[in-house]
Write a protein that binds this ligand. Structure first.
Ligand SMILES: [Zn+2]
Length: 390
């Protein structure tokens, strides 16, 4: 027996008593249900069935509506009470109706077709068959939809046979099989074939909020939300701006300029600091080279990174050096330079195993400079290197 889809007859019904007709490994089947199964871009309903959590509702390949309940605490023939997670369902109904209206306005007023739609738990994305939608156009779409929402257009559905549905020349081709086509109309705004659930009047959507866009596969994806989620998103952005105006001591109108300058100044200072640290590393290397007429062993200071050591090393053509820097927790990183006459005294490819094995060290390099990480302590590594040098 096929499950009666009460969600189509009474989309606002939140509770229903049903009878369990089958308990399958992939879900519970009922004689009738108010739970919408995932499909057409709309998520499956949640809630409780017989007090057990309803995790999801889906449709099997054969069309059976499956209620996902772990260890169902009832048997075939039992009467159970379905209680919907209404906040979730109602959000989907509002989001879905707003999507029809937005795609309708995009099509009618701007000749922009909708390619695909994603209705999320909070936001929706409308992928449009165009490579550019200016902010101006996006705002006009948002304004037009909000105007229609306020005008409180009725939303209704009728079942048509395929021929009469196709004769209407809808903006989207009919994707479902069969001869009974469910057409959903937002009066004066849009009509398409759809199997989802919608609000009865557009005023229920309260507001459409344009959140931005992203590029995908040469298309533009517009991002929107509605109703109380829109209010939350607007407040979140407003709070972030407020915190930034305090942080930069700038009014909203100047915030982007002030922040842009601050970021640019920080970048300039960072590169200046990098230059000074490179100089500092080169000076340290010069001092160590002056003191030692042999291989240079360098336990690198906290204030210098091995990147700066490698910059200093790259300036020299004749060098034999082993540098190591503790990274905490018995770990260290190392750098070896064997260039010019140094390369005659230490051959990394030949000595690699003898040097690295005792320290579980990894790494490599070329052009006489080798780098990596290791376990153990720096000074034993430097001593080991010293032993291996000719
Ligand atoms: Zn729909």
């Amino acid at each position: 027996m096929e499950t009666r889809m009460v969600y189509y007859e009474e989309p606002y019904r939140r509770e229903l008593t049903a009878t369990v007709t089958e308990i399958r490994s992939d879900g519970v089947v009922l004689d009738q249900t108010i739970c919408y199964p995932e499909g057409g871009g709309q998520g499956g309903d949640r809630g409780t069935i017989g007090h057990a959590p309803l995790l999801d509702t889906t449709k099997a390949k054969d069309g059976t509506i499956l209620h996902h309940i772990e260890n169902a605490p009832f048997a075939v023939g039992d009467e159970v009470e379905i209680v919907l997670d209404w906040a979730r369902r109602h959000h989907f109904m509002r989001l879905h109706t707003a999507q029809h209206m937005t795609s309708g306005i995009l099509h009618q007023e701007f000749s922009i077709p909708t390619v695909s739609v994603h209705l999320g738990e909070r936001i929706m994305m409308i992928e449009c068959a165009t490579d550019e939608i200016t902010t101006d156009v996006a705002y006009r779409v948002e304004d037009l939809v909000n105007q229609r929402i306020l005008e409180d257009h009725p939303v209704h559905s009728e079942t048509h046979d395929r021929a009469s549905a196709e004769a209407l020349g809808l903006r989207r081709s009919i994707k479902v099989a069969g001869d009974n086509i469910r057409l959903v109309t937002v009066d004066g705004v849009d009509t398409i074939a759809c199997g989802g659930l919608h609000v009865a009047h557009t005023a229920e959507i309260a507001r459409l909020y344009y959140m931005g866009q992203e590029r995908i596969r040469g298309h533009v994806r517009l991002i929107f939300t509605v109703a109380d989620v829109a209010t939350e998103e607007i407040r979140k952005r407003s709070e972030a701006v407020e915190a930034l105006t305090a942080l930069f001591s700038a009014p909203v109108e100047e915030l982007v300029d002030v922040a842009t300058h601050a970021v640019a100044a920080a970048q300039a200072e960072r590169s200046e600091l990098g230059r000074i640290k490179d100089q500092w590393a080169a000076l340290r290397l010069e001092t160590l080279a002056g003191k030692s007429h042999d291989a240079i062993l360098w336990e690198v200071e906290e204030s210098i990174t091995l990147k700066e050591v490698s910059h200093a090393v790259s300036e020299r053509e004749d060098l034999l050096l082993c540098a190591a820097k503790g990274e905490g927790e018995n770990r260290f990183s190392w750098l070896i330079a064997a260039k010019g006459s140094g390369a005659e005294r230490f051959d990394f490819s030949l000595q690699r195993t003898a040097l690295l094995d005792g320290f579980a060290a990894k790494g490599g390099g070329r052009g006489g400079v080798y780098q990596g990480s290791a376990t153990g302590d720096c000074s034993s590594f430097l001593a080991r290197f010293r032993e291996l040098v000719n």
